[in-house]
Design a binder for this molecule. Structure first.
Ligand SMILES: CC(C)(COP(=O)(O)OP(=O)(O)OC[C@H]1O[C@@H](n2cnc3c(N)ncnc32)[C@H](O)[C@@H]1OP(=O)(O)O)[C@@H](O)C(=O)NCCC(=O)NCCS
Length: 300
């Protein structure tokens, strides 16, 4: 049975992730991986490599057999990355994420014969004061903030419908949602719900403000940035032109909070979403790649 991490282990993983972020310019562990540091979950495993009292490397084998790993900048090129990747594979990892798709990650994956199987793009767009103007919705539709204790089931229903084919987002559980709501950054007013004429929830736009997030402002300088975290529309109302105003309503919320930049993540093969976001002025910021053994990369 896997053991939970101690408070000291937990803090050391955060320090290691911060050190890698400073060295590489990209955060090596996803929000979900960091959240799952707290989770005593049969399907989440933690691998920690200590050297001279310092955490030299960390890997997590998460749900859906996906892994993430990071080596402290002061302990690189010493074999820790390959050891952890081999260990993850031995414990059943089907794939690992390389945030930023850095040359070292690419080289490490290639050295064990793994190939990129999924590309996630991080896009950004400057926000101007004009973006905070209220958004006009088609007749009968409305937008309101999430009410904790009331809207959880509706949000989960729309999320599951909208992301039925998505490997992670479609599987968000009530427990995951409760843990997200408990995060410091959670702001119910930033979790917008789209309602129809009957008041039923038919979509949502979860905007997020992580104090550590930075992206280019209009003049190119890095400034605190909000995030278009999850835009979900019930498939039954697709094709009614609701995605653009729902997205714009989230941008307006972030701009009204004084943010001057916004980021989002989108799968490279989600052509429709990429086109929508590019039309709204988003441009490429980072690329994140998922690597898997060659046999998984090439379906038989
Ligand atoms: C990618 C990362 C995990 C590599 O960790 P590491 O401990 O330095 O890697 P290793 O020492 O085990 O290197 C194994 C092989 O990977 C390749 N490699 C690793 N870093 C490399 C680099 N900077 N340039 C070229 N090749 C590199 C080499 O083939 C190396 O073998 P060699 O040292 O015998 O030549 C580390 O750079 C890191 O934490 N990056 C940020 C997080 C990340 O990208 N994680 C995703 C990993 S898939």
């Amino acid at each position: 049975m896997p053991k939970p991490l101690s408070a000291a282990d937990h803090a050391a993983v955060h320090d290691l992730a911060d050190a890698a972020n400073s060295a590489d310019g990209v955060r090596p562990l996803s929000e979900r991986t960091l959240l799952d540091l707290d989770l005593l979950h049969e399907s989440v495993r933690h691998l920690l490599v200590w050297q001279g009292g310092e955490l030299a490397a960390y890997a997590q084998l998460g749900r859906e057999r996906q892994g993430e790993l990071v080596v402290h900048p002061a302990h690189r090129r010493a074999g820790h990355g390959r050891n952890l990747l081999t260990n993850l594979a031995g414990q059943g990892a089907a794939a690992v994420w390389a945030h930023g798709d850095l040359p070292a990650a690419r080289a490490l994956a290639a050295s064990v014969g793994w190939e990129p199987v999924r590309i996630l793009r991080k896009l950004s767009r400057p926000l101007a004061e004009e973006d905070s103007a209220p958004v006009t919705l088609p007749e009968g539709y409305g937008i309101r903030g999430f009410v904790p204790g009331q809207d959880e089931a509706d949000w989960l229903r729309i999320n599951a419908l909208a992301f039925a084919d998505h490997p992670e987002q479609g599987r968000v559980t009530r427990n995951d949602l409760d843990r997200l709501i408990a995060q410091d950054w959670f702001d119910p007013a930033g979790l917008l719900l789209l309602t129809d004429a009957s008041g039923a929830v038919i979509g949502s736009h979860w905007t997020k403000v992580d104090p550590a997030e930075r992206a280019p402002a209009a003049d190119g300088s890095p400034v605190p940035a909000g995030e278009v975290s999850v835009v979900a529309l019930d498939p039954a109302v697709h094709g009614r032109g609701l995605a653009a105003p729902l997205t714009a309503a989230g941008l307006a919320h972030l701009a009204a909070r004084g943010l001057r930049s916004v980021v989002l993540y989108v799968d490279d093969d989600n052509t429709a979403a990429l086109r929508t976001y590019r039309r709204l002025g988003f441009t490429d910021l980072e690329v994140h790649a998922q690597y898997a053994p060659v046999s998984a990369a090439r379906p038989a």
